[in-house]
Design a protein around this ligand. Structure first.
Ligand code: OGA
Ligand code: MN
Length: 224
């Protein structure tokens, strides 16, 4: 369906790799084929409300729902719909391209549709705990938590036609020291943001209008 578009991605992937090395993030007003973004939006709107669950924080053992931290509703993407398959394929191309260029060792990618209703937000957070530097990693016991794959690269694709300045819902990226605002990014149609998960605290400002996106994470496997 979108195969021909993938042929021209080498330069785009070069740009993304360079940005990750130089600044650790990139904001691309349009990266995926518009036809694919259109199909993802159609897919999102065809889903029932019941398909979406209130998003939580933490994982598995310490998973909890805390509406003072985040108020979005999510649904994980699956391989069962053409638009979802095409999106996952595009992200897999990116995964392989980054592994080739940067030896990142990205193993897989997980992602979900996210819907923020009016008044929803996501307070400042990091998408991953900082991993210890390899030399400091104790070759002792690995707890089950450490053995899990960890998120190293975050992506967000926005699915909102005609987003206006007053609509809020911006993604705000802070620097690693959490001292400066680096970017305040409007969630505009087709925009793709990619950033190192362990480096950039970020938040989603209150949405004044329903706000849709696909948030995803490339992961590396846990220590062996
Ligand atoms: C997240 C997240 C940002 C956004 O889901 O972890 O930070 O702009 N999303 O939707
Ligand atoms: Mn996040």
């Amino acid at each position: 369906m979108c195969d021909t578009a993938f042929v021209h991605n080498d330069q785009l992937f070069d740009r993304i790799a360079d940005a990750l090395v130089e600044v650790g993030y990139i904001v691309l007003p349009q990266a995926l084929p518009v036809s694919l973004v259109d199909q993802l939006v159609a897919r999102l709107h065809a889903l029932d409300d019941e398909d979406f669950k209130r998003a939580g924080i933490g994982r598995q053992d310490d998973f909890q729902i805390d509406t003072s931290v985040r108020r979005d509703r999510i649904r994980w993407l699956q391989q069962e719909h053409a638009a979802e398959v095409a999106f996952l394929k595009w992200m897999d191309e990116l995964r392989l391209a980054l592994n080739r260029r940067l030896f990142m060792g990205l193993m897989d990618y997980e992602c979900h549709f996210a819907s923020y209703g009016i008044g929803a937000f996501y307070k400042k957070h990091l998408d991953a705990f900082k991993r210890p530097a390899p030399l400091l990693q104790a070759p002792l016991q690995i707890s089950p938590l450490q053995a899990q794959p960890s998120r190293v690269l975050s992506t967000v694709l926005y699915l909102n036609p005609d987003w206006q300045t007053g609509d809020g819902g911006e993604l705000r990226l802070y620097d690693e020291a959490d001292a400066l605002v680096l970017e305040t990014i409007a969630p505009e149609y087709g925009k793709l943001v990619i950033f190192l998960s362990e480096k950039f605290p970020h938040e989603v400002l209150v949405a004044k209008r329903e706000r849709h996106s696909i948030a995803g994470w490339f992961r590396v496997s846990g220590p062996m």
